[in-house]
Design a protein around this ligand. Structure first.
Ligand code: S3P
Length: 444
């Protein structure tokens, strides 16, 4: 999966216009493959994200004895082997750049009585896995990892798992999901308590496959319970467009004067729409059209038109509902008038890169006034695009790469990124799609 670096430049040009569809939701795509593998029968999936992260999950599931195959026109099928049915892989499971693949699969593996060796790329090998190793060990799984719970690690799943009650120490859908997935092959009820609600795609999809999952309010947060040993039956899945990918063309339309872009069929699960709330508070011209339900998830067409944006206060409580959108929100803030304060961003430090540092360094390079104050990010905009351009180090981070290319479409000087290759993890075809809308992004 390693690519030669692909230096790329984005330049200011004419308005962006048109209607597009972005690739399928990354979170839902991983879960469709994993839960399909744990169900009995053939699950047919439409609109699966064919990005490298999801392809890594597909390869891992094949190595574990499920059968994931690609059909024509974006259709995939998974022949599942049932909860508890995975077989020991013969080689390392390499999950590339994907934290979701690694953490959710470790959850599944923790209650299968097999041993697996898990690794990933340089970015994933830096990221904390202790946050899943700790709760999964309580089920009886054994782990040997590098210092700080880092990959590569070995997991030997519990032969007689004990279900657990786990209070999430950090708001993380990946940790919640890892524990719930481990609970599938443990007797009785496994419970996760989250103080701040995080994306609930795992819970929704488990129900879709026939597992018993309940969600009740608890201490201002939620208590999620899954019953062990469910009979999960194959069920068709339609993957909506990824709101985290749609964010890039939508913000581009807001900041490039004269633009008018519609992204069709985007997931608007309320636990993913924090960015849209922020942009509306900043005065953005955004409309949600044609709202509907597809495959158990709410979906809409989202239209964004250029206009002036104002700075805003973004509360820490909103972070779990827009955790992947801060790089592109920061780009919008850099083009807005006045101060934007984004609070409570500690989790950004452990994403594909240290995003708090990467955003601040990249914006400062473009001449934007930006300060990191503890876990808060403060950006002062002049009410227009930044005057300077810069060379951005993408650090194997797809969202840093896309966010700064979008900034380059508005900035007065070109913005270069050292490597566009990581974009293929979540948004294959991003550059071509943006250029079809009228952007000027090309080889540097
Ligand atoms: C994801 C959860 C989030 C998010 C990631 C996808 C998921 O991570 O950043 O891109 O699919 O559950 P955390 O759980 O680490 O917040």
């Amino acid at each position: 999966m390693a690519h030669p670096a692909s230096p790329t430049v984005a330049r200011h040009g004419g308005p962006l216009a048109g209607a597009i569809r972005v690739p399928g939701d990354k979170s839902i795509s991983h879960r469709a493959l994993m839960l399909g593998a744990l169900a009995i029968g053939r699950t047919e999936i439409t609109g699966l994200l064919e990005g490298e992260d999801v392809l890594a999950t597909a390869a891992a599931l094949n190595a574990l004895g499920a059968s994931v195959t690609r059909g024509g026109d974006g259709r995939w099928s998974v022949d599942g082997i049932g909860v508890g049915g995975l077989a020991e892989p013969q080689d390392l499971l390499d999950l590339g750049n994907s934290g979701t693949a690694a953490r959710l699969l470790l959850g599944v593996l923790a209650t299968h009585p097999i041993t697996a060796f898990v690794t990933g790329d340089a970015s994933l090998r830096r990221r904390p896995m202790g946050r899943v190793v700790e709760p999964l060990s309580r089920f009886g799984a054994r782990f040997v990892s590098r210092e700080g719970g880092r990959l590569p690690l070995a997991v030997s799943g519990a032969a007689d798992p004990i279900p657990i009650v786990y209070r999430l120490p950090v708001p993380s859908a990946q940790v919640k999901s890892a524990v719930l997935l481990a609970g599938l092959n443990a007797p009785g009820a496994t419970i996760v308590i989250e103080r701040q609600p995080t994306r609930d795609h795992t819970e929704r999809m488990l129900r879709h496959f026939g597992a018993a999952v309940s969600t009740e309010p608890e201490e201002g947060g939620l208590r999620v319970t899954v019953e062990g040993f469910p009979e999960m039956t194959a069920a068709p899945i339609i993957v909506p467009g990824d709101p985290s990918s749609a964010a890039f063309p939508l913000v581009a339309a807001l900041i490039v004067p004269g633009s008018d872009v519609t992204v069709e069929g985007v997931g608007i699960n309320p636990l993913r729409t924090g960015l849209l709330e922020c942009l509306c508070e900043m005065g953005a011209d955004i409309a949600l059209l044609n709202r509907r339900e597809e495959g158990g998830e709410p979906v809409a067409d989202i239209r964004a038109r250029a206009g002036t944006l104002a700075g805003a206060e973004i509360p820490a409580e909103r972070a779990p509902r827009m955790i992947d959108e801060y790089p592109i929100l920061a780009v919008a803030a850099a083009c807005a008038r006045g101060r934007t304060v984004m609070r409570g961003l500690a989790e950004l430090r452990v994403k594909e890169s240290d995003r708090l540092a990467a955003i601040a360094a990249g914006l400062a390079g473009c001449g934007v006034r930006v300060v990191v104050d503890g876990d808060d990010l403060i950006i002062e905009g002049d009410g227009g695009p930044p005057a300077a351009g810069a060379l951005i180090e993408t650090q194997l981070d797809h969202r840093i790469a896309m966010a700064f290319l979008v900034l380059g479409l508005a900035a007065k000087e070109p913005v270069r990124i050292d490597d566009a290759a990581p974009i293929a993890t979540s948004f294959p075809g991003f550059i071509a799609m943006m250029n079809r809308l009228g952007a000027a992004i090309g080889e540097a």
